[in-house]
Design a protein around this ligand. Structure first.
Ligand code: 13P
Length: 393
């Protein structure tokens, strides 16, 4: 229970943005004689900073580079070019990506895996400092991955709430300023009401804990591409999922101005007989978002989900042909990394070329964020889809 002096502290501006936390800032109660008065506090000690961080990431022409693959998934990336999944190889790959000259022109945030948060360049400069110098916000994946959800129809739920409060506090100290939690919803498996509720509740609890520790939460209920359903079915599921997510985000008193979303685009299932054009994807996706997402949310940072590099860029571009209530941008992993890996091939002499191909994709998506991308000159490779059935991240 908070004391009256605590209450006074909260109304003082001294704490705002000061990164100082003494108890749950979201809600408190104060004893005033015989009756207890409850009060709701939207402004925690980190609120100003959270709002500023989210705004900085969601700035015009900028998006997020997602390189938060777990070591196992990073291993799959490395093995695609014949490299072993060793710590030095993961470090070399991440160094190539994070030290790309000029990256900050298009990228405002980079999501790291825990190992990367503590890694340094070969010269001993912490990756977090490399990012800071490039004006890129360091972020951190905080979920602990997916496991089967008992009682569901072969669906998953996401682990990681245990100890999350202290982990977030530690990540903040290490320089992270935003976080990511990815859970998934499978359309062919239902989705069951249980799986949707579990996904939404887990995201909301995580998001509240992240905000309490100064980290802007990226809220990512990935609706998997798997399935042969038409686009209308995806729209229906996406609306259901996002309505539950916002219901629980509100119940957990999230500061909406200090969150970012990472949705899947609304597309037909990967095995559906017809593909949708970028205009159709944009129309369905924006319809869903406008029905479900308050305009107080600063940024929508899409995942690529197995789309080809060019497709992910074209779809984003189509969504930015007229003004939106939020910054509509990218937080791609596969659709930013694929051609880098192919160019690099693990060879030191290809590092510069690999970095150039990262810049090509980052610039293309930056233009798409501004609605000014043209697919002219895109390579055949960039048009190859990357969908993998039952993909795990
Ligand atoms: P993709 O862009 O490869 O779907 O990655 C999504 C993701 O969650 C990475 O943070």
């Amino acid at each position: 229970m908070a004391s009256a002096s605590m209450l006074k502290l909260y109304s003082s501006s001294q704490l705002v943005g000061g990164g100082h936390k003494s108890f749950n800032q979201r809600r408190g109660s104060v004893s005033t004689g015989p009756c207890r008065v409850s009060f709701s506090i939207r402004a925690g000690s980190y609120t100003d900073e959270l709002v500023q961080t989210a705004k900085t990431i969601a700035s015009p022409g900028h998006g997020i580079l997602a390189i938060d693959e777990s070591n196992a998934t990073c291993g799959k990336r490395l093995s695609s070019i014949g490299l072993d999944n060793t710590e030095p190889n993961r470090q070399a790959y991440r160094q190539l990506l994070l030290t790309t000259p000029g990256l900050g022109e298009y990228i405002s945030g980079a999501i790291l895996f825990e190992e990367t948060l503590y890694q340094s360049t070969a010269d001993g400069k912490k990756f977090v400092d490399v990012l800071r110098d490039a004006k890129i916000m360091p972020g951190i994946k905080v979920d602990k991955g997916l496991v089967p959800l008992p009682g569901s129809n072969n669906e998953s739920w996401c682990q990681g709430l245990d100890g999350l409060d202290s982990r977030c506090a530690e990540y903040y100290k290490q320089g992270a300023r935003f976080a990511k939690w990815r859970t998934v919803v499978s359309i062919p498996c239902g989705p069951s009401a249980l799986a949707v509720k579990e996904a939404a509740w887990g995201l909301a609890r995580y998001a509240a804990i992240a905000q309490d520790n100064g980290l802007v939460p990226i809220v990512e209920p990935e609706i998997l591409l798997d399935g042969d359903h038409p686009i209308d079915r995806t729209l229906e599921v996406a609306e259901k999922v996002w309505s539950e997510v916002f219901f629980y985000l509100a119940q957990n008193n999230l500061v909406f101005e200090g969150i970012l979303l990472k949705p899947s685009m609304v597309t037909p299932g990967a095995e559906h007989k017809e593909k949708a054009s970028p205009e159709t994807v944009a129309k369905y996706t924006l319809t869903m978002l406008k029905r479900r997402v308050p305009s107080s949310v600063p940024g929508i940072m899409f995942l690529s989900g197995g789309q080809s590099e060019a497709e992910a860029t074209l779809n984003l571009n189509a969504m930015n042909q007229s003004p939106n209530p939020w910054h509509v941008s990218f937080s791609y992993a596969r659709a930013l990394q694929n051609s880098v890996l192919k160019t690099w091939q693990g060879r030191p002499e290809n590092i510069e070329a690999g970095q150039k191909s990262l810049l090509v994709r980052a610039k293309a998506n930056s233009l798409a964020q501004l609605g000014r991308y043209s697919a002219e000159g895109e390579s055949e490779d960039s048009k190859k889809g990357m969908f993998v059935k039952g993909y795990t991240y």
